[in-house]
Design a binder for this molecule. Structure first.
Ligand code: ADP
Ligand code: MG
Length: 888
């Protein structure tokens, strides 16, 4: 096989097949596909090169704070404080290692998610039709195309049925192009837009069906040639990350300001300048909340990975934050709220209503037989030995045929389909042109509303006569009755036709045959989910292409709507003005008979009322509404590529309940981010106060540089992440949705930080003071023996670490005191605290470390003191919560 063949559009279909050595009915063998993949490589467009590990490490070190620390290393070395230099160096690299680990981990999780929502292609290999990752495609693969697909590679088309492709990504032309497989061109300089016998990677099928053979993959495709470096950077920052990184910077500036003041004050006080420089720098390092945005990234990535295990794949990270604010879920009916397992239970023809029972001894009228035959001819579904593929609505029609004893095989041999006008949710119908020994005919099936104006005659007991008002009335009545019982209705009409009838001419002057009603039971888990959502202040709205009454019947059953006044149909929507619709939109709970365009209007009107809207979609025309919605949700199973591409989130199980679960997860993730951030800021404030006040009093410095850096390492990393990995709060769905514009620090979070920080600072200072007092000194004295200062520092050091570690437990829930939650329920946090304590003890009990960090072994009173004081901030927080709970 030659990779260099160009101008495939000048080759005929048989030539193409031969050149690529493929059989049109079996496709490549898996074995051959594997070989070709080795030769041609994966079918992917190469993006920007990923940041290498080394680069990530360097970017961690590339920070002015780190430069200052490096300067500190050099200064300490000159001063002969080699141990300090070593410790500071170690801190620098440990910090970089932790940062790198976090970044790599978060990146991996996001990559895994991207992979899950990666494009798929339907191919024929080894004579079987299967779905594979588009990346696996090789030249020679046969690819099946249908509406809503994104073309996965460059294809020479072998078969086209009304295939229309929108190629704006390549040509800029937004009108779809009609494709024709039969065409062969001679001119090798054809403009792309005119090559109607090929389909190009990344363009979109808007209608019709087709079969193509892969002729170009990856970077050799047309789009590959222009897309040299696609921006596939997965490192997009969410609004919250951006806000927090801004906040981190502002707080950082304040911290640096304070450190400069501390340095200035100590200079005036005549302290040792070198030592004070080190202390100031370390305090700056410890108190600058540089990790804020990084923590958010880590918590987000952990959260979205957990969500993907619950069938919700997040495609755009900012969606996680928005999820917590959603107050309206607009959901499709069929398949999302219902099981999408249709069964025909009633049929209506001019002979009247026939209820299909399980019993087999039914007499089948001529009309019923024609109805069933026509419906089958008009379906693309397959059903063989209990195995079905295709649209459940159509599968139900095949099952109906079997039930009333039709010979489907025979039917298939008698009629061959020669043309069709595919289903479209705007027209709400589809037609086929079939040929048999007796000539050609058109069969059209679709919604009664769409079809009734197109039928001019009716099939009545073997005869064809003009349709009367009474007939139409009877059909409408029958349809309404079926709909009231939650049945989805479908009408069939037909007409004899000429062989070359154009698709536009098919749906005219038809002969009405009959109506089927099919039941699609609601999913069991949906009702509780709708109730849960309602409790959480989230309204469910049903949007469907189905009949008004069918939609209402289901809505009533699911407790979404109470009266038929809450249902608005698409045609009714078109009657009222935009302003009026915005005013009234809140009154409706069900939108029936809607087209994709209506969905956009509904989302916009809801948003104009200040709602945060999630909208589901699956079809080729659902892109715009998914895009506009705050959270666009695509169906993973039945959804088209177009819908998935426009969505923020994909449901792998197409289930409504998963949306509610995702919202719950989104709320929990936000809570966890909040906990981490509050913890970090509280600790930092505590450290700054613990240092600043004593120095301002003219006391010795409570902590030295290495001790500050150690605390920063111990508390800012593991416990903060562990808090972010906290389990789900079972009551998170009792609350109203979070106001999307609300400040991160509203609802008392800011006060929490300030009070917590002051407490931690004050008890540390107290411990420091006690360290002098215990040995008969006060920190105000001029000459104090080194051992006494060491003792006081050790106590302050211990208390500060303990207070921060213990305090984290109280932050697990901002409202509920310890007895209402399992306070030790977060094993990661327990582990982080335990590890922190062990490392801290190691520092004191290992003599080398003790002297390196200039510590003093406390006596038993000192230990007890450290422990008790360390518990003070946590206990205070818990008492506060208890009072708060009582007041409520
Ligand atoms: P839904 O929101 O329930 O998925 P659709 O847009 O799929 O609604 O369908 C709307 C209407 O179009 C249905 O009530 C039915 O009358 C008609 N319809 C649906 N599927 C088909 C089909 N495969 N062939 C013909 N008509 C269909
Ligand atoms: Mg549908």
């Amino acid at each position: 096989m030659d990779k260099e063949i160009k101008h495939w559009f000048t080759k005929s279909v048989p030539e193409t097949l031969t050149l690529l050595s493929v059989e049109a009915d079996t496709g490549l063998s898996e074995e051959e596909a594997r070989k070709r993949k080795e030769h041609f490589g994966a079918n992917v467009l190469e993006g920007k090169k990923k940041k290498s590990l080394l680069k990530i490490v360097f970017s961690q070190l590339n920070d002015w704070l780190i430069y200052v620390l490096f300067a500190a290393v050099i200064i300490t070395a000159f001063m002969g404080e080699y141990i300090d230099s070593v410790i500071i160096t170690l801190v620098i690299f440990l910090n970089a290692a932790i940062g790198t680990y976090q970044e790599v981990k978060a990146g991996k999780a996001i990559d895994a998610l991207l992979k899950m929502s990666s494009p798929k292609a339907v191919v024929k290999r080894d004579g079987q039709t299967k779905e594979i990752d588009s990346a696996e495609l090789v030249p020679g693969d046969l690819v099946i195309l249908d509406a809503g697909r994104i073309i996965p590679a460059d294809l020479r088309l072998l078969e086209t049925v009304n295939l229309q492709i929108e190629e704006s990504s390549l040509t800029g032309e937004s009108l779809p192009v009609h494709k024709k497989a039969e065409s062969v061109f001679e001119n090798t300089k054809m403009p792309l837009a005119e090559i109607e016998n090929m389909a190009f990677m990344s363009t979109i099928v808007t209608a019709g069906r087709g079969l193509g053979i892969v002729v170009g993959t990856g970077m050799t495709t047309e789009v590959g040639k222009i897309a040299d470096l696609l921006d596939t950077d997965s490192n997009i920052k969410t609004p919250l990350e951006k806000k927090l990184s801004e906040l981190g910077k502002s707080l950082g500036k304040i911290a640096v300001g304070i450190c400069i003041v501390i340095f200035g004050v100590s200079w005036l006080q005549g302290r040792d300048l070198a030592e004070m420089f080190l202390i100031s720098v370390s305090l700056a390092v410890a108190s600058i909340p540089e990790g804020l945005a990084a923590i958010v990234a880590v918590v987000l990535s952990i959260g979205v990975t957990a969500m993907s295990r619950k069938n919700a794949i997040i495609r755009k990270l900012p969606a996680v934050e928005t999820l917590g604010s959603v107050n309206i879920i607009c959901s499709d009916k069929t398949g999302t709220l219902t099981m999408n397992k249709m069964t025909v239970t009633q049929i209506f023809t001019s002979d009247g209503l026939m209820v299909l029972e399980e019993a087999e001894n039914m007499t089948i009228s001529e009309s019923a037989k024609l109805l069933s035959e026509g419906m089958i001819l008009c379906s693309d579904a397959t059903l063989e030995n209990e195995e079905a593929t295709g649209d459940p609505t159509e599968i139900a029609l095949l099952v109906l045929g079997d039930k009333i004893g039709l010979d489907r095989k025979n039917l298939g041999q008698k009629y061959t389909r020669i043309d069709e006008n595919p289903f479209d949710s705007n027209r709400k119908m589809m037609s086929v042109l079939v040929k048999s020994e007796n000539g050609c005919s058109v069969f059209t099936k679709g919604a009664l509303g769409s079809l009734r104006t197109m039928a001019t005659q009716i099939f009545d007991k073997g005869e064809i006569r003009a349709i009367t008002e009474e007939d139409l009335h009877n059909f409408s009545e029958a349809a309404i009755k079926m709909s009231d019982n939650a049945l989805r209705t479908l009408v069939l009409a037909y007409k004899p036709a000429a062989e070359n009838l154009a698709p536009e001419e098919m749906e005219k002057d038809l002969i009405l045959v009959g109506l089927v009603g099919m039941i699609d039971p609601a999913r069991e888990e949906v009702k509780p989910s709708i109730r849960l959502a309602a409790k959480a202040g989230i309204k469910t709205i049903i949007i469907t292409g189905d009949h008004k009454n069918t939609a209402f019947a289901i809505a009533k059953d699911l407790e979404v709507a109470e009266s038929i006044d809450q249902v608005l149909t698409g045609p009714e929507l078109e009657e009222i003005s935009e302003d009026e619709f915005i005013e009234k939109v809140n009154n409706y709970r069900v939108f029936a008979r809607v087209s994709p365009q209506h969905k956009v209007q509904i989302v916009q009107a809801l948003q104009a009322n200040g709602n945060i809207v999630s909208m589901t979609g699956d079809g080729v025309n659902d892109g715009p509404s998914l895009h506009i919605a705050d959270i666009g949700v695509a169906m993973g199973i039945t959804g088209t590529d177009v819908a998935k591409n426009a969505a923020d989130m994909i449901l792998t199980d197409d289930n409504f309940s998963t949306i509610v679960v995702a919202i719950e997860q989104g709320r929990n993730i936000f809570q966890n981010i909040k906990k981490s951030v509050i913890f970090l800021l509280t600790c930092n404030l505590g450290e700054v106060l613990a240092m600043f006040l004593p120095l301002a009093f003219g006391w010795p410095a409570p902590l030295i540089a290495t001790q500050l850096l150690w605390i920063n390492l111990l508390t800012d990393s593991l416990p903060a992440i562990a808090l972010g990995m906290d389990g789900d709060d079972p009551d998170v769905m009792q609350e109203k949705p979070r106001d999307a514009h609300e400040n991160f620090f509203s609802h008392g979070a800011g006060t929490h930080v300030v009070i917590g920080g002051i407490l931690i600072g004050l008890i540390t200072i107290f411990a420091f003071w006690y360290g002098f007092y215990e040995l008969g000194y006060t920190p105000f004295m001029k000459s104090i023996p080194e051992e006494v200062v060491k003792n006081a520092r050790t106590l302050a050091f211990l208390v500060l670490v303990c207070a921060q570690l213990f305090y984290s437990l109280g932050l697990r829930n901002s409202k509920k005191p310890f007895y209402q939650i399992k306070i030790f329920g977060n094993h990661y946090l327990n582990g982080a605290i335990l590890l922190g304590l062990i490392l801290q003890l190691m520092l004191l009990f290992v003599p080398v470390l003790r002297s390196a960090f200039k510590l003093h072994m406390p006596d038993s009173k000192g230990w007890l003191m450290a422990l008790l004081l360390g518990l003070v901030p946590l206990v205070t927080l818990e008492i506060y919560k208890m009072i708060f709970v009582k007041r409520k």
